[in-house]
Write a new protein. Structure first.
Length: 315
């Protein structure tokens, strides 16, 4: 076990990576309760799309690959610590009295946590279109999502230690078969005779919120780690105001980087929809304006013009 200061330092590093990623762009392509959009507007002959920088970063930036691989390395360290400490659990409020004697498990989201859908985002950009459930289903059924950098090695490591990996995804139950096939192609451990893919609406009370599925796993397993790219992958308290979400983050400070491992996702998530009150009925321009209004800009001294006219490649 590491002390609180060490855990908070690691948590801060992971959180900083995610926050840096989030500054790249806004846009959405989720498989859960967060709506998806590939907002487009045409200026001259070049399509404008809010997903562009984030998608380019996830597909080509070595900074992204290094960040993600470093997070999985941290997860390995935490996994080894958790296996040695029978009192370790990532979900203390859900574990039964005898959890110390239960078999071990990891709970994780799939999209942008273990598998990479950036090709779908790139398709929206290059086709000049936006998300639709029909289009998303075609993507899922095509089974073309890739493994995140370093994740297969991490999962095989966990599997070799006898740890069961449960994939709790907000992909719909209708897409579960194709999702399983995609995961098998990537070499993910699939749990043997245990159902380890728990999809949204697979059972009556399995909606977009994930606590109900977390409880199913915690009933029979000691949960060592929870991994995700969105606050809602860890707690059902993710959909409040910006201030409420910040309080949830602070209340869970001892979890971050310890037994809750966050991956960076600059493309979509509840962080985006919170900026405009989660109201997807607003127009693209209305949503974009509210996002801009959320920013905390620097104002050059002696200048009333917020635009510099210059572009910067390094900071």
């Amino acid at each position: 076990m590491t002390d609180t200061r060490s855990r908070r330092t690691l948590a801060a590093c992971v959180a900083a990576s995610a926050l840096l990623a989030g500054t790249l762009t806004a846009g959405a392509a989720d498989t859960g309760s967060t709506a998806k959009t590939g907002d487009t507007a045409k200026t001259g002959s070049v399509q404008q799309n809010d997903l562009l920088n984030a998608t380019l970063w996830m597909q080509h930036a070595v900074e992204y690959k290094a960040t993600v691989e470093g997070i999985y390395d941290l997860a390995k360290i935490r996994l080894d610590e958790a296996l040695k400490d029978k009192s370790w659990t990532a979900l203390p409020d859900m574990q039964g009295d005898n959890f110390k004697d239960e078999p071990t498990a990891i709970i994780a989201d799939l999209d942008e946590t273990f598998i990479d859908n950036s090709a779908y985002e790139a398709s929206l950009i290059t086709r000049g279109t936006s998300y639709s459930s029909k289009d998303w289903t075609k993507w899922v059924q095509d089974e073309k999502a890739k493994a995140m950098p370093g994740v297969v090695d991490f999962l095989k490591y966990a599997d070799s230690k006898g740890v069961k990996i449960f994939y709790i995804s907000n992909r719909s139950a209708d897409n579960e078969e194709a999702t399983r096939a995609n995961l098998k192609k990537l070499g993910f451990p699939m749990g043997g005779n245990v159902d380890t893919v728990l999809a949204k609406n697979e059972k009556k009370d399995w909606g977009s919120d994930k606590d109900s599925r977390h409880k199913v796993v915690a009933k029979d397993y000691r949960v060592l780690l929870v991994m995700g790219d969105n606050l809602g992958d860890f707690t059902d308290k993710a959909d409040g105001s910006v201030d409420q979400r910040m309080q949830v983050y602070k209340d869970a400070m001892n979890h971050w980087g310890h037994d809750w491992i966050m991956l960076p996702n600059p493309s979509y998530g509840s962080w985006e929809s919170t900026s405009f009150g989660g109201d997807w009925s607003k127009s693209e321009d209305e949503r974009r304006k509210e996002k801009i209004d959320r920013l905390s800009p620097w104002q050059p001294s002696g200048s009333s013009d917020s635009s510099s006219g210059d572009s910067a490649t390094t900071k």
